[in-house]
Design a protein around this ligand. Structure first.
Ligand code: ASP
Length: 291
């Protein structure tokens, strides 16, 4: 049995290196996923996740996060959470300690408070300044994005995945993207594999991107084939009825440790490490139907 950890974007690399060591030492896939996400949530330089995330149009940072356990399809998510440093850990608590899958807004915050999760100001001075400049320019919600999404396979053959995001810049308060939506922003099933997405949440959730990628792997496609076919199908379908299609990117992995990635835009990359591969960052060429 081999381990694998794969995550969206280059900012995942420091946490991914530590998670790879943890998995090599027989650590659990859930701990590996949570660890990578937490390192990104704590990094104030990442403008799309956790501390230092870009605020909504009212100047408030609102976070979405989710985690999924492939063994039993356990799922936990929190949506529109303010002032908590690690929404991924709150989502994990929802999964492990409640009969629910998702808590939203003040209900999620009360739950986090009751369970002693760390509170803090998420809006940094730099992001407040950028928000003020955008507000003065009347710059509306845009496609700036970069969700952290992580998949891990441990030496026991179990899989987990997780996501965390501050969503689109200048979003309407209460706007929710794909990141905490099961089947859209993430999905994991030990019988097959897992997938996580990043990009414009509205387009990703319209296509149930991650559930579809896992379904294709179940039907026999390799993770790379599944990633390309999923992004191609979503892009092609949206192009029939929409003038503008958002950025869509996906990484996936199967329960044997093979992985794949695809995007409909330039500039996407992911980090990966496994029993056979030292941690590294790799870039992805856009699918041809997006040209
Ligand atoms: N998918 C996220 C959202 O729409 C954005 C991102 O990938 O950063 O909220």
């Amino acid at each position: 049995m081999s381990f694998l950890v794969i995550a969206t974007w280059e900012f995942a690399l420091p946490g991914l290196k530590e998670a790879a060591q943890h998995l090599a030492d027989n650590g659990s896939c859930l701990d590996a996923v949570e660890h990578v996400v937490k390192t990104v949530e704590l990094n104030p330089d990442v403008e799309s996740v956790g501390l230092g995330g870009f605020p909504n149009k009212e100047g408030v940072v609102e976070l979405d996060a989710a985690i999924m356990r492939g063994k039993d399809l356990g799922f936990g998510a929190v949506v529109g959470v303010r002032q908590f440093i690690h929404p991924i850990s709150i989502a994990r608590k929802v999964m492990s300690d409640t009969p629910y899958c998702m808590l939203v807004g003040t209900g999620a915050e009360d739950f986090a408070q009751q369970h002693g999760f760390q509170k803090g100001e998420l809006l940094t001075d730099q992001r407040r300044q950028e928000w003020l400049e955008r507000k003065q320019r009347k710059s509306l919600a845009d496609t700036g994005h970069d969700t952290i999404g992580v998949i891990a396979l441990d030496l026991d053959g179990s899989m987990a995945c997780g996501t965390s995001s501050s969503g689109l810049k200048m979003k309407h308060p209460g706007r929710v993207g794909d990141s905490p939506i099961i089947g859209a922003g993430l999905y994991a099933d030990d019988d097959v594999g897992a997938a996580v997405a990043t990009g414009v949440g509205e387009d990703i959730m319209r296509c149930c991107l991650c559930f579809y990628a896992v379904e294709l792997m179940q039907q026999g496609k390799t993770p790379q084939q599944a990633a390309e076919a999923t992004v191609t199908k979503a892009h092609t379908r949206l192009a029939r009825t929409q003038k503008k299609i958002g950025n869509i990117a996906l990484v996936c992995a199967d329960n044997k440790g093979a992985c794949g990635a695809a995007a409909n835009h330039e500039g996407f990359g992911f980090c990966v490490a496994s029993s056979d591969m030292q941690p590294r960052f790799m870039t992805v060429e856009p699918i041809s139907s997006s040209e």
